[in-house]
Design a protein around this ligand. Sequence first.
Ligand SMILES: O=P(O)(O)OC[C@H]1O[C@H](O[C@H]2O[C@H](CO)[C@@H](O)[C@H](O)[C@H]2O)[C@H](O)[C@@H](O)[C@@H]1O
Length: 274
Amino acid sequence: MPPLNLNSSQPKIPLNADLAWRTTADRATETILFFDFDGTLAPVADDPTKVQPAPKVLAAIEALARVVRRVAIVSARPVEFLRDHFDGLPGVDLYGLYGLEHSHSGGPTVTEPAALPWVPTMAQLADLARAELPPGTLVEYKRLSVALHWRTAPHLAATVEEWGHAQAERLGLRVQVGRMVLEVKPPVDRDKGMVIDELVQGTGGAWYFGDDVSDIKAFAALRARAAADPDFLGVCVAVANPETGHEVAEAADLTIDSPAALGDFLTTAVHHLT
Ligand SMILES: O=P(O)(O)OC[C@H]1O[C@H](O[C@H]2O[C@H](CO)[C@@H](O)[C@H](O)[C@H]2O)[C@H](O)[C@@H](O)[C@@H]1O
C-alpha cells in the first residue's frame, strides 16, 4: 500500500492508506466517496465515445456504495453518458457537466436552471467549431458545453486553444482546460469544488479521486471542510497521467498509478469496509 499524506499542506506528513481506510470503516455511514470519470475510473482513449471503466472498478464501487453514505461520480461528461455505465448501481449519484446536471440514485436528470438558456448557443458553437477548426480536431457537443479535443492531432493544440478562447470571449462564455482538450461552457458559477463543498456538509469524511486540473477544486473543497472540522477525514487521491499528473499529484495526499491500479485499490478498500 502506498504512503499517504492526510489533511496536510506542504510539507506533508506521511501516513498510510490502510490506516485511512480503517478510519473510514469506523465512520462509513457518514462518508462519501467521490470519483471523477475520465482518466480516473476509465483509462483515456483517443475516441471519447469508446471509453470503459477499468477492470474491477464497477464491482468495487457497487460494493462500496452498499456500506458508505453515498458514492458520487463528479464529471465533465453529461449525466446521460454516465448513466450508461452506472445506472442500476444503487446508492450512486451522478453529477455531470461540472455539476450543471445531476441525478440521484437513478432518478431524473436535473439541470441547473441558469444554464438552460445557453443550450442554443452551445449547439451553434459546436456547428461553428466543426466548420472552422482544422481536420483532426474532435468536437464533442455536450448540450451545455463544447469540448474541443486535439489528442489525435497534438500539433493543433495552439490553434484550437486560440479559437476556443476567442469564441468564449465573443459569446461571453467560460473555458476549462483539460487533458488535450479545451472546453467552452456557459458563464454559470458551478464547478466540481462547489459540488463537493455542498455535499460534504454534515458528513464525517470523504475521499475524492481525480486526475485532471478541474479535480483540484474538489480537493480544495475537502481541504476546506477538514480545516473547518478537525474530526472530518478528507482524503484526496490523484491518478497519474503524463499531461496533468504532476499538478494534480502535488495537490493530493496519495497518487495511484492508473485507472487499472485504482480498481485494485478500491477492491482492497472493499475488504477494509465490509
Ligand atoms: O471530468 P471528467 O470525467 O474527467 O471528464 C473530463 C473530460 O473527459 C473526456 O476527455 C478526456 O478523455 C477522453 C477519453 O479518454 C480523451 O480522448 C480526451 O483527450 C480527454 O480530455 C471527455 O471527452 C471530455 O468531455 C471531458 O471534459
